[in-house]
Design a protein around this ligand. Structure first.
Ligand SMILES: NC(=O)c1ccc[n+]([C@@H]2O[C@H](COP(=O)([O-])OP(=O)(O)OC[C@H]3O[C@@H](n4cnc5c(N)ncnc54)[C@H](OP(=O)(O)O)[C@@H]3O)[C@@H](O)[C@H]2O)c1
Length: 318
């Protein structure tokens, strides 16, 4: 078995709408329902061996829920990660038609969000730039980079970043060489990587060899690897996954997660489960291993990066 662990991401847990392809809708969209369910899932996850939880200030109440849960459950073996750079603005408004999160990679935003996120210490281990891009200028903003280095020196946190979009490779290459006071700044990289989008494979393998922490997000392609009417072009892949799921007596999600674990062997793969049942099914990925020829068959279904990210751009908040 690989050393890869499964962590739990809070993107779908802390807000009533997200871009994942929901096959089931939540029975209740109230904040009270989500809060209660978040605590239930977090405790369930911990009881089932999950030690890493990933959040961000823009995941609705996701970071707040994690802070509250941690305050009531101050386990010593937790490893939390959060991010800075996006603000949630939809305010639990179910008809909100504009973007639900606003990006701002400024030093002021970093300082403002750090003041809140630092309450996750000492369980907080990784602090990430949320979706670093060249356009936002964040990787060239010496004031921001210096401030991140100050946080690193003060707290011992790993500084990381997350990436999205067709330029993931270029961003990883550029960011992994940034030095502050002679030291490499970024030690942790959270990247989209899954059966459909494997374009960062070589880069990630090289970073793993250099001892960097790789955290995989969107390992189930936001739900596109499940049988779904709107995504008939993936049906051959889904059929193969369904056959493997029968063979290993797990559900299709576990095949998608296990593929990432066996093909890349990153430190962590994030589950995007929004219910206890989904999480329980996701965790079955820890119980088997795919054969080399199965990995070879599966990876043939990866699509062109441009195609992947264009499709991703068109997913709706639901
Ligand atoms: N830029 C960033 O930094 C960034 C971006 C995205 C994600 N992330 C992190 O990565 C984490 C995971 O990402 P994600 O949730 O966006 O992507 P994901 O893992 O690709 O998506 C989860 C999808 O799989 C479905 N699913 C999961 N388990 C299932 C099961 N057992 N049966 C059927 N469907 C199942 C979910 O269904 P439902 O839709 O029905 O729930 C959802 O559509 C996030 O929580 C967050 O921490 C970071």
């Amino acid at each position: 078995m690989s050393h890869t662990q499964i962590g739990l991401g809070l993107a779908a847990i802390g807000r009533p709408q997200y871009i994942n392809l929901r096959q089931e809708t939540d029975p209740d969209k109230s904040e009270a329902f989500y809060r209660k369910r978040a605590f239930t899932i977090l405790s369930f996850a911990y009881d089932h061996g999950i030690r890493h939880f990933d959040t961000a200030p823009s995941y609705g109440k996701g970071e707040e829920y994690l802070q509250q849960w941690y305050r009531n459950n101050p386990f010593k073996d937790l490893s939390l990660s959060t991010k800075w750079g996006y603000t949630y603005v939809a305010n639990w408004d179910l008809g909100y038609s504009k973007p639900h999160e606003i990006k701002e990679h400024s030093k002021n935003k970093l300082k403002e969000q750090w003041e809140v996120s630092k309450h996750l210490l000492p369980a907080l281990k990784t602090y990430q730039i949320h979706s670093a891009t060249f356009e936002s200028g964040v990787l060239e903003n010496r004031e921001v980079l210096q401030e991140l280095n100050n946080i690193k020196n003060k707290t011992g946190l790993k500084i990381g970043l997350s990436t999205s979009g067709i330029q993931q490779n270029e961003i990883l290459k550029y960011a992994s060489q940034i030095r502050i006071d002679g030291e490499l700044l970024f030690e942790s990289f959270q990247v989209t990587y899954n059966l459909l989008e494997l374009s960062t494979h070589e880069m990630l393998t090289a970073l793993i060899e250099k001892g960097k922490t790789i955290i995989i997000k969107e390992a189930l392609a936001n739900g596109r690897v499940f049988r779904n009417e709107g995504y008939g072009h993936y049906s051959e892949l889904v059929t193969l996954m369904e056959n493997l799921s029968e063979k290993y007596k797990v559900s299709v999600d576990a095949i998608g997660l296990r593929f990432v674990m066996d093909h890349l062997e990153p430190a962590l793969v994030l589950s995007g489960a929004s219910t206890k049942i989904q999480l329980e099914q996701n965790l079955k990925a820890l119980k088997f291993k795919l054969q080399p020829q199965e990995l070879d068959q599966l990876k043939r279904y990866a699509v062109d990066s441009d195609f992947y990210w264009n499709e991703r751009k068109n997913l709706e908040w639901n």
